[in-house]
Structures are given as C-alpha cells and as structure tokens.
Ligand binder design. Structure first.
Ligand SMILES: [Zn+2]
Length: 329
C-alpha cells in the first residue's frame, strides 16, 4: 500500500524527470473517434500488409469492447489481425480482467458480466443490478459457504474465480492496446514487439521481466470513463524503460511496460525500481481507504485454472430478501 500525498508527490517528480507524457485521453461512452487515415491503400501496423492483400471492412476497436468503450476505432488493423487478436490474446485479457470489470460495473457488449459458480450446479452468483450488486447463494448441506459474512464489522468477503487464462497472453492483450494507440512514427521502435504479440507460441521469451503495476482505488468510482496515459522516456535519460502506458477503468489502473528491443538496450540486465504512477485517491479515502498497489506478474506461458480474486465489501444493514431465488437466471 502506498501512502499519499508524499509518496504521490515523489512519484510525480520521478515521472516528470524521466518521462514526457501526453495529456491523458478520457474516453466516454458517447465518444466516437477513429485513429489513422482511411485513404486507400490502408496499411495494417500489426502484420505490415497493405490493401488489397488484406481487407479493412470490420470495426477494429482500439480497446476490447469488454472495457466498455466501443467508440475508439482504428484504420490500421486489418480484418485478419482484428479476428486473430479477438479470438486469442483479447480473450485471455478478458478472462483475467473479468472479476475486476464485474466489480467495477464495466458494461461490455452484453452489460456488466455476471459471475456464477463454476460447474452445472447453481451454488452462487454475483451480478450487477440497479445501482449495486445482487449476491446470491444457494444453501445446501454439501455446499461450502461462499460469502463470508461478518455482521458485527459489517463486512462481506468472498473470492471471485477467474475463467482459465494464460498470463502472458493477457499481457500481450494489454501491450496490444498500447501498440494501437502509439503514434505511427513510434511504431518503428516496436517492430519486434508487434511480432511478439502476434506469436501464438506464448513460451517464446521476449524480455526478462515485464511487470504490470496494478493500482486499486477503493470506493465508488465512475464506471463509464476510460483513462489512458502514454509515457515516453525523455531524451538523454537511459536508466528507465522507453515507454509505459496506463489504462484506468472503474476502480483499477494498470501501468504496463511497452518493451522496445532497440530503445531498451540501455537497461538490459539492470535491476530497476519504480514508484507506481500516482493516481487520485478516489472518493473519501478516510472512509474507503487509500489506493492499494500490487505488482502483477503476467509472464507465465502456461494456462492458469482456478485462479481467484479476493473481494471485500462493506455494508450498512441486513434485510430479509423475499424474492424467489434465482429469479431471472
Ligand atoms: Zn494485419
């Protein structure tokens, strides 16, 4: 956990000294923006092919629609690459982020994702409803309690399972967002990175370490704004990675390193230490707590089953629920 504001101020100074970054991009649901030129022949920056060898008929979303913003498109992702990413790394990213998106009430193509107990039996479910959540548990002798209730402390704890995912594929999904957003002039610094995200052999090592710094901002946060910040190393600096980006949605901010084979030679083999990119404290930190920072290691190339995310809710009171169980399920 970080303490504010002194740590945040020190972090701001660190990033100001080492990076230049553009104004944050704030995406709202009604915004429509298409990146890149639509003039024939279009060029795909992911596979390097041009029209007519590849087509550009479909909508290429700069961010997977699961993150709740269908309006930011690009003109430089061909239909084949769009389909390839959608069926591959974006699925893994979707599975890894699903509990975060559910609890942050992020509306994807089919609304906020509901999470149910795995398997055919109806044991429990967590779904967004109205301004909050409906948490349901089917009580049977053989079922372990899913929700751990502390009525005295007014706390509810449970663990939301993640669907099966491959960590490095989810990481490639994050890196792909940044590779979509960077200006065309920067793409030459990332040719190997484009090849890496298209490689279906997830065991091929690209860099030694690629941590994702994950900041959780507790309390109510907007669920319809996506905040993106792109950062590039200042010229004359050679002690930090060349580029980062941050992706903020709901209660979460992910800070992702964008590796460049050519520009990151200067940090090869060096042990680096970073403060997390400073984030706003959110609503009423005295009530909900300060942002919590953790380092996510998404470099494993094997499939992960049975992973889960711990969840802690506070509540005001307990009331009897008269609705029939599993209504609408
Ligand atoms: Zn392509």
């Amino acid at each position: 956990m970080t303490s504010l504001p002194s740590a945040a101020l020190a972090a701001l100074e660190f990033y100001d000294n080492h990076y230049c970054y553009a104004e944050p991009i704030l995406l709202k649901p009604d915004q429509k923006l298409t990146l890149g030129c639509a003039r024939y022949p279009r060029h795909c920056r992911f596979c390097g092919k041009d029209e007519p060898a590849v087509t550009f008929k479909g909508k290429a979303h700069a961010l997977p629609t699961a993150f709740g913003n269908p309006g930011l498109l690009s003109n430089y992702e061909c239909d084949a690459c769009n389909h390839f990413f959608g069926e591959g790394i974006e699925n893994h990213l979707g599975n890894w982020t699903k509990p975060m998106r559910t609890l942050s009430r992020i509306k994807g193509r089919s609304g906020v994702p509901t999470i149910k107990s795995p398997g055919p039996e109806k044991v429990w479910r967590v779904e967004h409803m109205g301004p909050g959540f409906r948490l349901q548990e089917y009580v049977k002798e053989e079922y372990e309690p899913f929700f751990e209730l502390d009525a005295k402390a007014k706390r509810l704890r449970f663990e939301l399972p993640r669907d099966t995912y491959t960590p490095v594929a989810a990481l490639k999904g994050l890196v792909k967002i940044d590779l979509t957003l960077i200006p065309e002039a920067e793409t030459q610094n990332f040719r190997e990175t484009y090849d890496w995200i298209r490689d279906t052999d997830h065991s091929r090592k690209f860099v030694d370490a690629l941590p994702v710094i994950h900041t959780f901002i507790p309390g109510p946060m907007p669920n319809d704004v996506i905040a993106l910040t792109l950062m590039r190393r200042r010229s004359g600096i050679d002690t930090v990675p060349y580029a980062f980006f941050t992706l903020g949605f709901g209660n979460h901010v992910l800070q992702v390193f964008l590796p460049s084979a050519s520009q990151d030679k200067c940090i090869d083999g060096k042990l680096l230490s970073f403060p997390p990119f400073p984030m706003p404290a959110g609503n009423d930190p005295a009530r909900y707590g300060l942002p919590v920072v953790r380092c996510e290691e998404l470099t494993a190339s094997h499939s992960v089953k049975g992973d889960s995310v711990p969840v802690k809710f506070g509540f005001h009171s307990i009331a009897s629920l008269l609705d029939p169980p599993w209504e609408g399920s």
